[in-house]
Design a protein around this ligand. Structure first.
Ligand SMILES: Cc1cc2nc3c(=O)[nH]c(=O)nc-3n(C[C@H](O)[C@H](O)[C@H](O)COP(=O)(O)OP(=O)(O)OC[C@H]3O[C@@H](n4cnc5c(N)ncnc54)[C@H](O)[C@@H]3O)c2cc1C
Length: 532
């Protein structure tokens, strides 16, 4: 098998990249995906993340090592393992990040990655079904919708946020993120729009695009300092595919650095500890790992939330029927409905925390919702300083790597999460929300509002990922960077990376839209080079 381009990983970035590379019909493209096709019907029903997350048929089901800063807990880290990657199992929230995020990347030397450079890509990639705005697109493949489902408790939370003094923001994706409002979703007419649906479905009939599923890349083939193809496991058999021009890794923030290390590109000592010959000593492969950590205050309310709307089989049946007949109702719900991007200190230039307001609550979603009517005011820090790392567990490609998230390692991160929790509690004191709160379930009375040490302890004991690991093959112009601003892996020809791993700093928000942008932008750069 030989193609012009071999793309590894059909996730948010990989689908956009492969579709764009094959668009003009002049180049042949192979897209290899470790997981299966996206046939599972729960993938396409928005609320299906409850069924696909934690399910080995669609999720890698990773787990971190015990994290000393968060009470020695092992955190579950779901990642999509199916066509569409994590965009097939994610919470559907559409967030671009702050323009200052991208301007900071440019400031670090990543020319071509400032807000003015990436905004046209965000625009062209979407069809926005919401109020018109010059920064929104109207003919792209990714279908994005504004508020589709309402719940009184969420409306009250948003109003209480305004009453607490925060601005109402009707479109946090149009340049200014600050304020309270409602999430936008990668869904339309009651169906999820994953990157596979948006980009691969329309490209399915192209003769120059070969999508190979159940194909896990085991390593790169490197000849004379050039990546000339990859070896992959296909249904139990090892096969190879050659790339005439380039191999592009889009296997995500875990998969891409893992493949690099298995191929001898990584920290030399670590590779030799696992008996892997070093091809390029690249100490930062797997380093710079950043993630958003969410603390989840829960409130009991006298208004009905999903906890009670779904608490018996009859109600569940009616909800399923409503969805089957109308494509409406609770089954169209994204992971959160309300949001807020706020500053924990007025002196900050841009928001440093984000809220995810969910009209349901659970101690552990896998165990089902609480028996009482409750809602969650999840809060995360947008730009964590704490950095973790990942490394190989062994030289065997089947073994999950080891992750050390190192959450809440710095005083700045500790202070921000404490202030975020305090803001969640403060908003709950305002009309029209306050009269509907029966009790704060968590952190609860045992954690006094001004006891910052106890609040931090509670965060350490309970906070969980909001699923945005990034940065493990960071882009930059300094010697330590893994890829340059053209996304080319340093020290090897014919190899680029395009996915969440290249982010030099984690963006201020959810990461699906930024990864799709990275995939589209990579295609622009590659096609420019090949046509030069
Ligand atoms: C449960 C969950 C909820 C989330 N909620 C949201 C949300 O609401 N909004 C939002 O913006 N973001 C959300 N995210 C984050 C966002 O979806 C991801 O950051 C984004 O999809 C990552 O894109 P990617 O292209 O880097 O990787 P992925 O989309 O993860 O794609 C990587 C692909 O590569 C494949 N792969 C890996 N290794 C190999 C290999 N060796 N060989 C072949 N294929 C391989 C994987 O199977 C996968 O398909 C969520 C993520 C998860 C997991």
């Amino acid at each position: 098998m030989e193609f012009d381009f071999v793309v590894v990983g059909a996730g948010s970035a990989g689908c956009a990249l492969a579709a764009k590379l094959s668009e003009n019909g002049r180049h042949s493209v192979a897209l290899l995906e470790a997981g299966p096709r996206d046939w599972n019907p729960w993938i396409h029903i928005p609320v299906g993340y409850f069924k696909t997350m934690g399910n080995p048929a669609t999720d890698w089901c990773y787990k971190t090592q015990a994290d000393p800063n968060t009470a020695n807990r092992e955190h579950k880290w779901p990642r999509g393992r199916v066509l569409g990657g994590s965009s097939s199992i994610n919470g559907l929230l559409y967030v671009r990040g702050q323009k200052e995020d991208y301007d900071a990347w440019r400031q670090m030397g990543c020319t071509g990655w400032g807000w003015d450079d990436v905004l046209p890509i965000f625009k062209r990639s979407e069809t926005w079904h919401g109020p018109e705005h010059e920064d929104r697109g109207n003919d792209g493949p990714l279908l994005v919708s504004s508020k589709s489902l309402s719940r009184e408790i969420v409306d009250h939370w948003v109003s209480a946020g305004v009453a607490a003094g925060y601005p109402l923001n009707e479109d946090y994706n149009s340049g200014d993120q600050e304020g309270v409002g409602y999430f936008q979703f990668t869904a339309h007419k009651g169906k999820r729009c994953s990157s596979a649906v948006a980009y691969l479905k329309p490209a399915r009939s192209r003769k120059n695009l070969e999508v190979i599923t159940n194909a896990q890349t085991t390593k790169l083939i490197i000849e004379n300092g050039r990546a000339t193809g990859v070896e992959f496991d296909h249904k139990g058999k090892l096969k190879t595919v050659k790339a005439r021009h380039e191999v592009i890794l889009s296997a995500g923030a875990i998969g891409s650095p893992q493949i690099l290390m298995l191929s001898g590109i990584g920290p030399g000592q670590h590779l030799s500890d696992h008996g892997i010959a070093t091809v390029v000593d690249a100490p930062e492969v797997g380093q710079n790992l950043q993630d958003h950590l969410q603390a989840r205050p829960v409130f009991k309310t006298d208004l009905p939330t999903m906890n009670v709307e779904t608490n018996n089989i009859l109600k569940q049946g009616m909800i399923a029927l409503q969805y089957a007949l109308t494509r409406k109702g609770p089954m169209t719900m994204a992971a959160s409905l309300g949001t807020a991007f706020l500053k924990t200190d007025d002196r900050l230039e841009t928001p440093d925390i984000q809220f995810h307001i969910q009209p349901f609550s659970a101690d552990n979603p896998a165990d089902g919702p609480h028996k009482f009517s409750g809602f969650t005011a999840s809060v995360c820090q947008l730009r964590p300083e704490s950095m973790g790392h990942m490394e190989l567990a062994s030289a065997n490609w089947r073994d999950h790597p080891h992750f050390h998230p190192n959450y809440l390692a710095t005083p700045g991160d500790q202070q921000t999460i404490v202030r975020g929790i305090q803001i969640a509690r403060r908003i709950a004191e305002f009309e029209p929300l306050k009269p509907h709160i029966l009790e704060e379930h968590a952190p609860g009375e045992g954690v006094a509002k001004d006891d910052e040490d106890k609040i931090l302890d509670w965060a350490r004991e309970t906070a969980v990922t909001i699923y945005h690991p990034s940065g493990t093959a960071r882009m930059g112009v300094d010697d330590g960077a893994v890829v340059d601003p053209q996304l080319k892996v340093k020290g090897i020809d014919g190899l680029r990376i395009a996915d969440a791993s290249i982010m030099p700093r984690l963006v201020s928000g959810n990461t699906n839209a930024p990864c799709i942008m990275i995939g589209e932008k990579a295609a622009d750069m590659i096609l420019k080079d090949v046509n030069a």
